[in-house]
Design a protein. Structure first.
Ligand code: CTP
Ligand code: MG
Length: 220
């Protein structure tokens, strides 16, 4: 059974707002896409990497990550993952990691924890962190309740799956989801957590990029 990593990198990066797709923005001299792929390679548990990029950047991506299979993505993240899955041509018992290019500093230990949980028998695995802020439910700027944060987790990537389970979830998906495990949950699958890591932060806004730059000291 092979481990295949899909790297969705076909978003436009509207909230980062630097005028080019986020995966092609540099952090310490390397693009976010190169960081994400390098982390997967460094884990030494991934056999094949498939990166999914905007159509017009396929050639640029081949140059940046020559050891990966590069395919064009779609309008929504779900479309991009679906295209990556079909290009990967997984066997049912392969293991699939889905890892956002937007999480360039994900420690190798997070990647190996996800794969270890799959090898130990889980069919769907997400790295998760406790929520430290108090979380309120709000309607029209008025608080309507306080959520018990003890049962909340913020989840990261890579999310890992037995291929058969992810393919089944995507075949049943009727709309977009913000993560892949959400589709498995909707299809009735059991998703388990392993510890995430704050360094696996997702770069969404200019503030997040500044935090990542600070973490790398400018030379990641
Ligand atoms: N992604 C993708 N295809 C899309 C949309 C998103 O492959 N059609 C990828 C992004 O490139 C990113 C990951 O999914 O690595 C998480 O998405 P997000 O953080 O929302 O990135 P963007 O969509 O690029 O950002 P924004 O929503 O601000 O435009
Ligand atoms: Mg997006």
């Amino acid at each position: 059974m092979s481990v295949i990593a899909l790297v969705p990198a076909a978003g436009q990066g509207v909230r980062l707002g630097v005028g080019r797709p986020k995966a092609f923005v540099e952090l310490g001299g390397r693009t976010l896409l190169e960081h994400a792929v390098a982390g997967l390679r460094a884990s030494e548990v991934v056999d094949t990497v498939v990166v999914i990029v905007p159509d017009q950047l396929v050639v640029a991506a081949v140059r940046l990550v020559p050891d990966a299979l590069v395919v064009a993505g779609g309008a929504e993240r779900t479309d991009s993952v679906r295209l990556g899955l079909s290009a990967a041509g997984c066997a049912d018992d392969d293991l699939v990691l889905v890892h956002d290019a937007a999480r360039p500093l994900t420690p190798v230990a997070v990647i190996t924890r996800v794969v270890a949980a799959l090898r130990a028998g889980a069919v769907a695995v997400v790295p998760a962190l406790p929520v430290t802020d108090t979380v309120k439910r709000v309607c029209d700027d008025t608080v309507t309740g306080t959520v018990d944060r003890g049962e909340l987790r913020a989840v990261q990537t890579p999310q890992g799956f037995v291929a058969r389970v992810l393919l089944d979830a995507y075949s049943k998906a009727d709309g977009a989801a913000t993560d892949d495990a959400g589709l498995v949950e909707r299809a009735g699958g059991t998703v388990v957590t392993v510890p995430g890591d704050p360094r696996a932060l997702k770069i969404t806004t200019p503030f997040d990029l500044a935090v990542a730059e600070a973490l790398t000291g400018g030379h990641a």
